[in-house]
Design a protein around this ligand. Structure first.
Ligand SMILES: [Zn+2]
Length: 313
């Protein structure tokens, strides 16, 4: 079950040259209007991958409050006062420190019991691009660590186990269920990892050019090399020098595909593709999902995109 709080979100798009942000007010509950059965736990999840784990591990015993709305990327999530109150009333908040400053602040100010994903998985240091470094000190959008750990299914499985332990501690009456649910999820993620390993074992190329540098964990796990056009924060605009560098890289390596996330922010990727004869394809960082998708379906599509782009057997 998902309870969606009223959230004020800042929409962002790389196609908006000025970077001007519009305000979108997302209201209400998209789901079932009938009164919900009370559940043992209410858990707030700061962004989609954490929500996915909370729902799978919690099952029927847990109501999940999704702080990030579907369709909006979670970097720089902003929270309305009512969303902060809902977060504060949860039994547990799942978040990742230094990823969404508004969530860090809300957890500190409400004193809600929280579980930081960074305490469960070992995060890589972020390799900031020059553009991002230029903003250091003036913006506090991204920390020193790369947040995108969920794109390595084995790290995501480690996190699922840790969430199962957290739920079991807070709600011991359902501890066995949480543990069993976490184990089932780990088995699914292990199978996903095996399909990536097998699917990417024999490929003509191993370089992936991405617009948003979200795939370092995935690249490390499957022995790929990520070349980011922009940076870890999708809002960062690449410099003309960086565009030239990436264009040269694409030409020298015979890269045939430039990955982007959606048609909305594909303009930079399309520019490089047009200049090099490469094509643009989607590689989804699973920071949010749309419609009937979930983590598993999007990751399955990602594997097919990679296999096509890298000419894997
Ligand atoms: Zn990201």
């Amino acid at each position: 079950m998902i309870l969606t709080p009223t959230i004020v979100l800042r929409m962002r798009s790389l196609t908006i040259v000025s970077g001007a942000a519009g305000l979108l007010l997302v209201t209400g509950c998209a789901g079932d209007p009938s009164p919900a059965e009370p559940t043992a736990l209410t858990v707030a999840a700061a962004f989609y991958p954490l929500q996915y784990i909370a729902e799978a591990v919690g099952g029927e015993n847990v109501s999940v409050i999704a702080l990030a709305s579907p369709g909006v990327e979670p970097h720089d999530l902003e929270l309305s006062p009512s969303a902060v109150r809902q977060l504060g009333s949860a039994d547990l908040a799942l978040y990742l420190s230094d990823f969404q400053p508004a969530v860090d602040d809300a957890i500190a100010s409400t004193g809600v019991t929280s579980f930081d994903a960074a305490s469960a998985v070992t995060l890589h240091e972020a390799e900031h691009t020059e553009e991002e470094e230029g903003h250091e000190g003036e913006e506090d959008d991204h920390g020193a660590f790369d947040p995108h750990f969920w794109l390595d299914p084995t790290l995501f499985a480690t996190y699922a186990t840790a969430v199962g332990q957290q739920f079991a501690e807070i709600d011991p009456a359902h501890a066995e269920t949480y543990t069993a649910n976490a184990e089932a999820l780990v088995a699914e993620l292990t199978a996903l990892d095996e399909s990536f390993t097998a699917g990417l074992a024999q490929c003509s190329r191993r370089d992936i050019v991405t617009s948003h540098e979200a795939f370092a964990y995935l690249a490390e796990r499957y022995n790929l090399e990520q070349i980011g056009i922009a940076g870890i924060d999708p809002e960062t605009e690449p410099s003309p020098a960086r565009l030239l560098e990436v264009r040269d890289f694409v030409q020298q390596t015979g890269t045939t595909t430039i990955f982007t996330e959606s048609a909305v922010n594909a303009s930079v990727a399309e520019t490089i593709a047009n200049e090099t004869g490469a094509t643009v394809a989607v590689l989804d960082p699973v920071e949010f999902v749309l419609d009937e998708d979930d983590y598993a379906t999007v990751m399955a599509r990602n594997l097919e995109s990679l296999r096509g782009a890298l000419a894997c057997e």
